[in-house]
Design a protein around this ligand. Structure first.
Ligand SMILES: Cc1ncc(COP(=O)(O)O)c(C=O)c1O
Length: 384
């Protein structure tokens, strides 16, 4: 059996032709492909605005800047996420406050977030960064209500859930990144994600002023004001208003991302089918201590199981060419965050989850015989 990773990209001939078309055009970057991708992506997630950037981490950084995080400000996120969800707060000099997870959904526990906000009598907590871990959207409506109660903003880390949704209190399907409840949302186009662009990211929002601010920050804080060009009687006049970056996506990446976006729903349905097959397979296995639930709007970037002898199983599977992973090592236990005062047992539910979790192969091109090989190999491990 060839190597089976936990996730992988799916590149088609159409993807390759769209990249080649850009390579043969006049624009490798800052050309028309970016706006085409942004408009199509905004349409896909039902947001008003979308801004393409160089990766998901850059998207988080720009969002943290746009929300005005400054030294002394505190922001809540989950320890069960990729480090970037927390690091964006540190880039701006803010402090990260972690909340424990709900052990059933593996998502940030809104009750724990409320407790933290209630204890914050000085009003130092300015925002919340909920993460749609594995592809399951948090209840963004409930988070919005909570955030409003305490005057906080929300950045939705939707890297795992493009195309995913949750049902709000009146039964509407609210897409990840739609901007209905969160101020800003971010996505990543790393190859293991639903839409691969090599590297890449997207910011979505319904707020015009945030949109304009982030557009400037993406390109060095430079405003392209054509009236000023004439005013200054210069053919190449530009004005830097604030400190920004070069976080642009290239047209090559945008063409790949846009071509992938056209097949996004097809990929989502394949992921859902595999998640259902795992759920069916594991339902009577007593070695399984927990697993991803079947939730309609789940985008299944990851399919997670919990087992007691996780490390042993992980090595066993790798020996059989199945490259599973554990998502994620709790962020507060990273040496960098331990140095800032976090320690073992700070978040017992997150740490217990991490000791058991494993992400199984799930991606649109996973074949049925590969699925059977994965599940049978897990069975063999426990029946040895
Ligand atoms: C939840 C989450 N947030 C942020 C990121 C950062 O995205 P990127 O790798 O594109 O910088 C990732 C990427 O793995 C992620 O999984």
């Amino acid at each position: 059996m060839k190597k089976i990773p936990y996730g992988r990209q799916n590149i088609t001939k159409e993807d390759i032709s769209s990249v080649v078309r850009v390579l043969e055009s006049d624009w490798l970057t800052q050309g028309p492909s970016i706006k085409i991708f942004e408009d199509a992506f905004a349409n896909y997630v039902s947001s008003k605005y979308a801004i393409a950037v160089s990766n998901g981490t850059a998207a988080l950084h720009l969002n943290a800047m746009a929300m005005g995080i400054k030294p002394g400000d505190k922001v809540i996120t989950t320890p069960i996420t990729f480090v970037a969800s927390a690091n964006c707060v540190r880039y701006c000099g803010g402090e990260v406050v972690f909340a424990d997870i709900d052990p059933d959904s593996y998502l940030i526990d809104i009750n724990n977030v409320r407790e933290l906000l209630e204890k914050d009598t000085k009003g130092e907590i300015k925002g919340i960064i909920p993460v749609n871990l594995a592809g399951q959207s948090v209840d963004m409506e409930a988070f919005r209500k909570l955030a409003d109660e305490f005057g906080c903003w929300i950045i939705e880390d939707a890297c795992h859930s493009p195309g995913g949704y949750f049902e709000n209190s009146v039964g509407d399907k609210i897409k990840s990144g739609s901007g209905k409840y969160a101020d800003l949302a971010i996505f990543s186009f790393h190859p293991v994600k639903h839409i691969a662009a090599g590297e890449g990211g997207m910011i979505t929002t319904n707020d015009e002023s945030l949109y304009k601010k982030i557009l400037n920050l993406r390109t060095h804080g430079i405003q392209q004001d054509y009236s000023k060009r004439i005013y200054n009687n210069s053919v190449w006049y530009y004005e830097m208003q604030e400190l920004g970056f070069n976080y642009r996506l290239t047209d090559i990446q945008a063409a790949l991302g846009n071509s992938q976006l056209q097949r996004a729903d097809e990929g989502l349905n394949k992921r859902k089918r595999i998640a259902k097959m795992y759920n069916e397979y594991f339902k009577d296995k007593n070695y399984i201590k927990g697993h991803s639930k079947f939730v309609e709007g789940h985008a299944y970037h990851l399919y997670i199981i919990e087992v007691d002898n996780r490390d042993e199983l992980l090595l066993y599977l790798r020996g059989k060419n199945i490259f599973v992973q554990a998502h994620y090592i709790p962020v507060h236990l990273m040496p960098y965050y331990r140095y800032r005062g976090w320690k073992e047992n700070d978040f017992p539910k997150a740490e217990n989850y991490y000791s058991k979790c494993m992400s199984l192969p799930i991606y649109p091109t996973l074949k049925d015989d590969e699925f059977n090989y994965v599940t049978e190999t897990i069975d063999n491990f426990f029946l040895r």
